[in-house]
Design a protein around this ligand. Structure first.
Ligand SMILES: [Zn+2]
Length: 352
């Protein structure tokens, strides 16, 4: 049975600051003392309000409730202001998103911290924002501001499940965001923050939908792992029209010109396109293609880059132009030129 989660406390106290008596129910382990002493203290009488703290000349402290319901002496330790250990708490949240590192940055002008970017696949990155806020109007306004800042979908995580109202979710949806409560993703059990067992699947399912929406083109998608770059990818020709693709020597896939969307469907012969010929030519020279006249191949090269970006869902150009060498250089590894027949080689001469 899940014990009652303490996270809602984070948005209950103004500025997430309070004395120990304010933090009742919140784990001691997740609190850090500040150098400040509080000038008020929760009243333990029937009013439910705050007592003013008076420091007497002998150095003792007395709390006096304005409504007169309570008056008692307080110790200095009762007045120490505590802040949540955000570093530890946000690290726990980051773990739910499989984000490495504990770096979190406060976002200008918002009661929010970006704790990283969720990277479910290839170069898709979705910002993750923790917001210590419970008031619907402020949450909704902040979501709008975040949407203007990030052009892509993003996550917002709120301490209190009750703050994740239908209205907040609707505003998030319109802004391409998704709001979770801390307790959807993490829990405090056995004296430590633990990632909820189903967090990974909830997030990846959502991200898969986002990716489809961002990149709706049909066609093959190579399962490029998160964080991979072009340098990790190997294209190896095994025949004129067959390539084995792998990433970091894993996830081997057999692809044809069709999988690369490099087959001309308009002709009866359905021949591979110029883009495919370009790839073959690139394989013949192990990814380093000297070009005499760039204007003749530039357009084909752009098409190849676009098709590869789409297949691997990576955003930067996979083929760079080296001015000094007047050559195209593949950022990925391309080989197997020996498996390409002479016809391909003749085409290579034509391309280069
Ligand atoms: Zn009182």
């Amino acid at each position: 049975m899940l014990q009652k989660q303490p996270w809602h406390k984070l948005s209950q106290l103004l500025g997430a600051r309070g004395v120990k008596a304010d933090w009742t129910g919140f784990p001691d382990k997740l609190l850090k003392p500040t150098n400040d002493l509080a000038e008020t203290h929760p009243c333990s009488g029937r009013c439910g309000g705050y007592m003013d703290v008076v420091k007497h000349s002998d150095g003792t402290y007395v709390g006096v409730c304005a409504c007169g319901c309570d008056k008692r002496s307080l110790q200095k330790k009762d007045l120490i202001v505590y802040r949540p250990d955000f570093k530890t708490i946000f690290s726990g949240l980051a773990q739910a998103f499989s984000i490495n590192g504990a770096g979190h940055t406060e976002i200008d002008g918002l009661p929010a911290w970006q704790i990283g970017e969720y990277n479910p696949a290839a170069s898709y990155r979705f910002p993750v924002v923790a917001m210590i806020e419970a008031q619907t109007s402020r949450i909704e306004r902040a979501i709008g501001q975040l949407a203007a800042r990030y052009k892509n979908p993003f996550f917002v995580v709120l301490p209190s499940a009750r703050a994740v109202t239908q209205s907040v979710q609707d505003v998030a949806l319109r802004n391409g965001a998704k709001v979770f409560a801390f307790e959807d993703l993490i829990e405090f059990t056995n004296d430590a923050i633990q990632v909820r067992g189903n967090a990974a699947s909830i997030l990846s399912e959502l991200a898969t939908g986002w990716i489809k929406h961002i990149d709706p083109a049909s066609g093959e998608r190579y399962p490029t792992p998160p964080g991979a770059t072009w340098g990790d990818i190997v294209l190896e020709f095994t025949a004129n029209e067959a390539v084995t693709v792998s990433c970091k020597n894993k996830d081997h896939r057999q692809y044809s010109a069709e999988d690369f969307q490099m087959r001309d469907k308009r002709t009866n012969a359905k021949k591979p396109t110029k883009a495919w010929t370009f790839l073959q030519a690139l394989a013949l020279v192990n990814g380093n293609m000297v070009v005499d006249d760039i204007t003749k191949v530039d357009k084909t090269k752009q098409e190849v880059s676009a098709k590869l970006k789409s297949l691997f869902q990576l955003t930067d150009d996979p083929i760079e132009w080296l001015i000094e060498d007047t050559a195209y250089k593949a950022k990925f590894i391309i080989r197997g030129g020996s498996k390409i027949t002479v016809a391909g080689k003749r085409q290579k001469t034509a391309a280069a």
